[in-house]
Design a protein around this ligand. Structure first.
Ligand SMILES: Cc1ncc(COP(=O)(O)O)c(C=O)c1O
Length: 345
């Protein structure tokens, strides 16, 4: 029996069970054959808790911290009312009897709400649309944006008040990143049980918190698995450096050495297309390919672009046929229905 890999010092941090973990690791033999190798797998975090997707794991740690601090309101931020992060945070808050306050840097939707925005309405989360503040500024680093948002939460009257817990955009913090550091251990245990080497994990990157957690996790475990982040939105300046920086801060939070540099991360920004939330031809092709070969549903904003990146890397001969590559399915299904016009063929 292989030893269960454990992340040093992780048990020091309180954690709530919100994610329905572990999620399955499934082979994708037909997609692999279509691409002529390598061996592709999918980690089904789309089936994680809180409506699915990659926010359940970080929220297990962040909401435990909120609860420990006696929070009665949780405030978080996103660029769009269609955000998976807002929906998952609001679900977690309701589950714990905490009031969710969601700040959107966009105007209120002109059309009938749907997808995640509809779910947050049913949850009766308070949503503040601050379109006047502008969308994410690609000339600003994510760290600078998070500082601005934190300042907003302490000065903007509807957000101030006691017993309030602020969760950064995308759960981008060392505590949030522990969720995917722990996922690295979960994946490693699954690979060990299957008797395979885990060569690469490929994930979509919006804020990069997920990629940072994975990067920190594999380093903390002393495993050579490489993390590839596919930028889906070019939302922030120096995203790769932010990911590596957050991974190092996460290692420090675990009282471990933090030696990661840019060369430790695979990072691709050439699958974004025209911008965040704008579907790409390659992404829609990848989405259909995953659906038609593996019965796996992606969505155009995150996972389709990430798989388009993986497909392009396979076609470019980036991997060896014997490599095991895990595609992290980060969820996002509710947004699919907002893109019906792109998907009707
Ligand atoms: C479905 C989905 N995939 C990927 C991401 C990107 O995750 P991260 O912000 O951790 O890079 C998000 C972020 O909201 C998401 O909703």
């Amino acid at each position: 029996m292989p030893m269960t890999p454990t992340l040093p010092n992780l048990e020091r941090f309180p954690r709530l069970r919100l994610g329905g973990l572990p999620t399955d690791l499934e082979p994708m033999p037909r997609l692999s054959a279509n691409l002529g190798g390598p061996r592709l797998w999918v980690k089904r975090d789309d089936l994680a808790g809180l409506g699915g997707g990659n926010k359940a794991r970080p929220l297990e740690y962040l909401m435990a911290d909120a609860q420990a601090r006696g929070a009665r309101r949780v405030v978080t931020f996103a660029g769009s009312g269609q955000s998976n992060h807002l929906r998952a945070t609001a679900m977690a808050a309701r589950r714990l009897g905490i009031e969710p306050i969601l700040v959107v840097f966009d105007a209120p939707p002109a059309e009938a709400v749907q997808g995640n925005a509809l779910i947050t309405r049913v949850l009766d989360a308070r949503v503040l649309y601050l379109g006047w503040l502008g969308k994410a500024d690609p000339n600003r680093t994510i760290e600078a944006s998070i500082r601005l948002m934190a300042m907003l939460a302490t000065t903007y009257p509807p957000l101030t008040g006691r017993h309030r817990y602020v969760i950064p955009v995308g759960c981008f913090s060392p505590l949030g990143a522990l969720g995917y550091a722990a996922a690295a251990a979960e994946l490693t245990a699954q690979a060990d049980t299957l008797g395979i080497a885990l060569d690469y994990v490929v994930t979509a990157a919006g804020t990069g918190a997920t990629a940072a957690g994975l990067l920190a996790g594999f380093r903390a475990l002393g495993r050579p698995t490489r993390v590839i982040a596919i930028d889906v939105g070019r939302l922030w300046k120096n995203l790769a450096a932010s990911i590596v920086g957050l991974a190092n801060r996460t290692l420090r939070l675990l009282d471990l050495p933090a030696p990661l540099t840019l060369s430790d991360l695979g990072f691709y920004a050439n699958f974004v297309g025209t911008g965040y939330g704008e579907p790409t031809r390659a992404g829609l092709d990848a989405l259909r390919q995953a659906a038609r070969t593996e019965g796996l549903m992606l969505e155009p904003v995150y996972t389709a672009k990430a798989l388009a990146g993986l497909v392009a890397l396979c076609r470019a001969g980036h991997f060896q046929p014997s490599h095991n590559i895990v595609f992290l399915h980060t969820g996002g299904a509710p947004a699919l229905y907002a893109y019906r016009d792109f998907l009707q063929s």
